[in-house]
Every structure is written in C-alpha cells, then in structure tokens.
Ligand binder design. Structure first.
Ligand code: 5AD
Length: 429
C-alpha cells in the first residue's frame, strides 16, 4: 500500500535478487523482465512486483529516511525482553526457541492451555521478541477485494454458504479491475487479494482475463477463490497470479467432514500442496474454535501449517453466524487466538502471521494485541462500498469496516505507533 518503501536491487544470481532498504538487505524472487542492478522496485511477499523510475524512488525514499530509523528504534524498544523478569518456565521456552529446537506437541498444548494473565503477557512478549529478531520491523499490508458472494459450497460455518438466504452479488471483470485500480492509484496498494465464494460463473477465461488485467497494475495478484481445479490454478499462474490463500480449515478429518459435508480434508490438502508446487506464494491455516475441537487439535493445526511450509499463516476464530448450522456455537475466547499466534511464531519462527478480520470482528482492539503477540501482517478491505456489506461470511464482519481512507489511515497509524516499517519481508523458497 502507500505504506511501502522502494527497495534498490544491489545483486542478483539468476532469479534471486538481493534488495536494500537503508542498509538492510533481503532476498527476493525477481519476477520482472527488464530489471537491472541499481534499479528500484517494490517487492511484496518476497517477489518483485513493480519497477520504479529512479527519480521517483529517490523522492519517496527521502520521505522515509528519518522515519525508517525512528520506527526501528520504537520496534526494538517495544520488543525488548527483560529476561531477569521471566519465570523459569518462560525461560525454558525461550531457550528452546533460541536453540531452534522444535516444541513438542504436548509442550504446545501446555502453552495453549495457559490462563494466568501474567503468564500470557510473558508468552506474548516472547513471541513479539522472536518476531522482531526474525523479521526486524518489517510488516506487510495487503488490500482485499471481495468480488462475489455466490458460493457453490455448503460449509456449516460460513455465512455465504449456498443455502443461506442473502442478497447475492457478482462484480464484472471490468468492475474488479476498476476497484483494483482505485486501490492502487488512490491508496497505493502493492498487493491485492481477490476473494470470492466458490463461484463457477467465473470460468477460466474470465479469471484469466481478470488476473492479466490486474497484474498490469504492478501488484502482487493474490487469489482466494476456493477449491478450483489444479488446471485452473496453473492457467492463473501463467496469467500472472503469484499468491493463493486457501485454508485447510482443520487438521482433524472428522471435524472437517462435519463442517464441510461431502468434502474431504485429503483432497483439500492435495490441492494446497499442488498450488505450492506450481510456485505460488501460499497462505494457509485453519479456523479456531470449531465444534469438538480440543487443544490437541489446535496443536495439530499449528503443526500441520508448519509442515505445509506456507509463506503466511492465516487462522482466525470461528464467528458463529445466524442461519448457519453453527449459529449457536460458543464464541471463541480472544486469548485463545492470541495464544495461537504466539505459539505459531515459536513453531515456525520466520513465518508471516496475518491478523485476520475475524479476530478484529471478535474484538476490535485485538489488532494491536495480535501484532504485539507475534503477528506481522494485515489486510484492509478495499471492496467497493456498495458490495462490502454484502460479503457476509460471518456476522458482524461489516461492523468493523469504515471508509477505506479511514481504515488505511488507522492502519498506518497503528503500524507507526508500533514501529513497524513497510519493508518487504523477502522470503524465498
Ligand atoms: N467464522 C470464521 N471464519 C470463517 N470463514 C468462513 N466463515 C467463517 C466464520 N463464520 C473463513 C474460512 C474461509 C475463509 C475465507 O473465511 O476459514 O476459508
């Protein structure tokens, strides 16, 4: 978004580039045709997305110069750990992480079951410290355009499931491109997620057309369109899409079968792996608080996410939604989400962890808390206002929205307050 710093390409080895932000370097995948050492570019999720004319880059960098070092200082101060104040147990956890030893499943469960508020504060502080050590103060902010709420699926948790009686909408490819262009031109986004129900009205040709046109805006094209075929995903990669968000929802096959009747976990996992093998950046994860879920299931969810080796972890609490089979299921405790963020940071230390809208819906103040408990990535809804209120995957989602301008300002302010800079994280597989 506007919260993005131009990087200078200082070295390359084939498709791997080394980029520089005020002396900090990162490795990225070079995905632009005409890029040379000394050029400036924007990178998102570890991929170059747009070259920037040198003069323009220098002007933007001038505005960032002082701020960049100020942000670093703020983040370092907030992430500092006073080890003398840690309990024996907390020190043992920290030591294991420092030695890069994997936490065992029962240790993960023990952390997930903590309830004492002092212990929880320590858990979050350690996670924030590990986040800082692994990523410095890098943060990423993506926009999301929800382009259709038609869905052919019947997931028991979801508010746009096929049988639910809601007002449906579909944006035309022209409308999607116009919305993406507004997000890029007006708000400066450099990465956009295109999300919809599993809506086959968008056939391969329409999706390819959409991807080709939005890629021309110089952004990372991130898809969240459900279980489309491998063939479709291959075509969309060729068209220029580079990232996919597809959660496995739960690692427990029995719970999976209950919440997604007629579908199988193993098929979803096969698709997730195939998508990653195609070269896409992968964001995956689960829903927290599903019926019958135990802390062992959550530990398994975290371990499965790690095993899938995604570039981004995306998990959020179940929000029980009216007129769905899970309408009366109990609300998830906010601390469970924060604990899951912290433990995911320990289990997969260098991962990116997204603060999800579902968490914001559960508790608006949780955005800040999540960023202080190990998370480093955010999304802002940039769906045109006439459709935004109709994308009701869960109750209350629309209440967290305000004008896009205000959301962008609030997010930038929050990141400034916490000392987070928009340097790309630079992950490369
Ligand atoms: N509560 C929380 N998350 C939900 N999702 C769908 N419905 C709900 C709900 N009621 C999540 C699913 C899906 C993603 C797009 O949104 O994990 O994969």
């Amino acid at each position: 978004m506007c919260y993005a710093i131009p990087a200078k390409l200082i070295a390359r080895d084939g498709l791997t580039g080394t980029i520089d932000y005020f002396g900090e370097t990162r490795q990225i995948l070079l995905d632009l045709d005409d890029i040379e050492i000394g050029d400036y570019l924007y990178a998102q999720g570890g991929i170059s997305v747009r070259k920037i004319p040198t003069e323009e880059a220098k002007i933007v960098l001038e505005t960032w110069k002082e701020v960049f070092f100020e942000l670093q200082k703020t983040d370092a101060a907030l992430a500092k750990l006073d080890e003398s104040k840690l309990t024996k147990n907390a020190l043992a956890v920290l030591q294991k992480i420092n030695l890069r030893k994997s936490l065992k499943k029962d240790e993960i469960q023990t952390l997930l079951e903590l309830t004492d508020s002092n212990e929880l504060s320590v858990l979050y502080e350690i996670a924030n410290n590990v986040r800082q050590r692994e990523h410095g103060n890098s943060s990423c902010v993506h926009g999301i355009i929800e382009f259709s709420n038609y869905c052919s699926q019947q997931c028991n948790y979801c508010g746009i499931r096929e049988p639910r009686d809601i007002k449906r909408y579909r944006m035309t490819v022209d409308e999607i491109v116009a919305a993406a262009k507004a997000a890029v031109d007006k708000h400066g986004f450099k990465a956009l997620v295109f999300q919809s129900g599993e809506d086959y009205w968008y056939d391969d040709d329409k999706l390819v057309d959409m991807v080709k046109r939005v890629r021309k805006l110089g952004i990372l094209v991130f898809l969240s369109i459900g279980m489309r075929s491998e063939e479709t995903y291959k075509k969309l990669y060729e068209a220029g899409a580079r990232a996919v968000l597809l959660r496995f929802e739960t690692s427990n096959p029995d719970i999976f079968q209950q919440i997604r009747p007629g579908t199988k976990l193993e098929h979803r996992l096969t698709l997730i792996k195939a998508i990653q093998d195609m070269g896409y950046i992968l964001a995956t994860g689960f829903i927290l608080g599903l019926p019958g879920e135990t802390s062992e299931d959550i530990a398994n969810n975290i371990l499965l996410t790690k095993q899938l080796a995604p570039d981004m972890h995306s998990f959020g609490p179940l929000i029980p939604t009216k007129d769905t089979p899970l309408e009366h299921h109990p609300k998830v405790n906010k601390d469970l989400v924060l604990k899951t963020i912290a433990v995911s940071r320990f289990v997969d230390t260098d991962c990116n962890i997204l603060v999800t809208t579902a968490l914001e819906t559960l508790a608006p103040e949780a955005r800040r808390e999540a960023l202080m408990a190990g998370a480093n990535s955010m999304m802002i809804d940039v769906t045109p206002p006439e459709y935004q209120n109709l994308y009701t995957i869960y109750d209350g989602k629309t209440e967290v929205h305000s004008e896009i301008d205000i959301c962008v300002q609030d997010t930038v302010k929050l990141l400034y307050d916490l000392g987070r800079a928009p340097t790309d994280i630079g992950v490369i597989r």
